[in-house]
Design a protein around this ligand. Structure first.
Ligand code: DI6
Ligand code: FE
Length: 401
């Protein structure tokens, strides 16, 4: 069905800029953008349905390219304990931290995980999110990683948004493998990843490269396996220290390297050359009260594409609003509102391997967009949360509120 959307302005985000079209018209057909431009230049097309957007600003549908939205339980109890003065070491000694989320996730049924994740995804969708990445990584064995990835797939099948599922089995060492990280990596490479990939549950492979998680050498073994299986890679890198995981990621043409507070200029050069997107996660920076800023100037100077995401997870970023992350990207990292919006649209699409089909309002791309009742695009980074009036269109069809 062909639809003409008019009486609007568009921030198309083509080329990573606002690329504004004032008094725009958009023609969608069969879920794609068939034409977009100034309304005065609208060609005569076969007639269809016309929608008046009431002077709204239209942007691409927002893309949250890094979440851990599926997990059992939550860690608000630990949050409270920490603020009452209990140390992180004491909480860990009581079995808290990531280990507690692994236990809760293993104990939860697939339906329970689906129900709790669905509420969180609905919260993200209230900010105009139409594409979402979800990582596994709290199961840490074949059965439970499969369960998480199946929930991610089911969310994409039952909610009106596109979901990319990333296998993050190398997130932490499961208790069964305590002291045997190399054996766990071998188990992922030999058993888990081939099985999960064969079941069609994996769109990309991720790992946590850090002293308290996995070494660059261990990550590289995983990347070699991913390459063998034809799967793209991503990496949690340089969040707490500098191990040059981002350079390693670039060597394997990773879609993205994420966090990056401790990355170096050499890492930025390697990422720029490989086209690896820098995914910044201000929610984790804020929640952990970090002080080391990602090297924005080096990223800009070398032309690294910068995305922003929620990192929604129970331990370090319980962030249910992508628009709040836009504000934090501007406030904490000094991104401009234009960079922030590019970070949740066009560059986020590239970070998911969807750059050809998603992330900007251009002819041939999917017709996922949001018509916001705002004064100007900077409003999206300006307001701290809340619910902005908007209409969301996915695959050419308006979603009901
Ligand atoms: N980086 C983090 O900060 C978290 N995972 C990651 O890769 C921690 C996740 C958690 O604590 O549950
Ligand atoms: Fe993460």
């Amino acid at each position: 069905m062909r639809t003409l959307w008019q009486h609007c302005h568009a921030a198309t985000m083509a080329e990573g800029r606002y690329s504004i079209i004032e008094d725009a018209a958009i023609v969608t057909c069969d879920g794609r953008i068939e034409w977009i431009g100034p309304r005065g230049q609208l060609p005569a097309l076969a007639s269809g349905h016309t929608v008046d957007l009431g002077g709204a600003w239209v942007t691409p549908g927002l893309i949250d390219c890094h979440t851990h939205a599926v997990f059992g339980g939550n860690r608000s109890g630990e949050f409270e304990q920490r603020l009452q003065g209990v140390s992180y070491a004491e909480i860990a000694a009581q079995g808290g931290g990531i280990a507690s989320t692994v236990r809760a996730t293993r104990a939860a049924s697939e339906d329970e995980l689906f129900a709790s994740a669905r509420q969180r995804v609905l919260a993200l969708m209230r900010d105009g999110v139409t594409t979402l990445e979800i990582k596994s990584g709290y199961g840490l064995d074949l059965i439970n990683e499969r369960k998480m990835l199946r929930v991610a797939r089911r969310l994409g099948e039952t909610l009106p948004l596109s979901v990319r599922a990333t296998c993050l089995a190398a997130h932490a060492l499961p208790p069964e493998y305590a002291g045997r990280a190399d054996d766990y990596i071998a188990h992922i490479c030999d058993e888990m990843l081939p099985a999960l990939a064969a079941e069609g549950l994996v769109d990309a492979v991720d790992a946590f490269c850090e002293h308290l998680a996995f070494s660059p050498a261990q990550v590289e073994r995983l990347f070699i396996k991913a390459r063998e299986l034809g799967l793209p890679v991503k990496l949690h890198a340089e969040q707490l220290s500098s191990l040059h995981g981002s350079s390693l990621a670039a060597r394997y043409q990773a879609l993205s390297a994420d966090h990056l507070e401790f990355m170096t200029e050499e890492d930025a050069i390697a990422m720029a050359e490989a086209g690896t997107v820098a995914v910044l996660l201000p929610g984790a920076f804020y929640f952990l009260r970090e002080t080391q800023l990602p090297p924005m100037d080096a990223l800009r100077r070398h032309g690294v594409k910068i995305a922003l995401a929620s990192d929604l997870n129970p331990g370090t970023s319980p962030g249910l609003s992508l628009r709040l992350m836009l504000n934090m990207g501007c406030t904490c990292f000094r991104m401009t509102p234009e960079e922030a919006l590019a970070g949740v649209t066009v560059h986020a699409a590239t970070a998911l391997g969807l750059g050809d089909s998603h992330g900007s309002l251009e002819v041939g791309k999917v017709a996922d967009f949001v018509a916001w009742q705002i004064e100007r695009p900077a409003d999206l980074s300006y307001w701290l949360g809340g619910d902005l009036p908007k209409r969301v269109v996915r695959l050419g069809h308006e979603l009901s509120n």
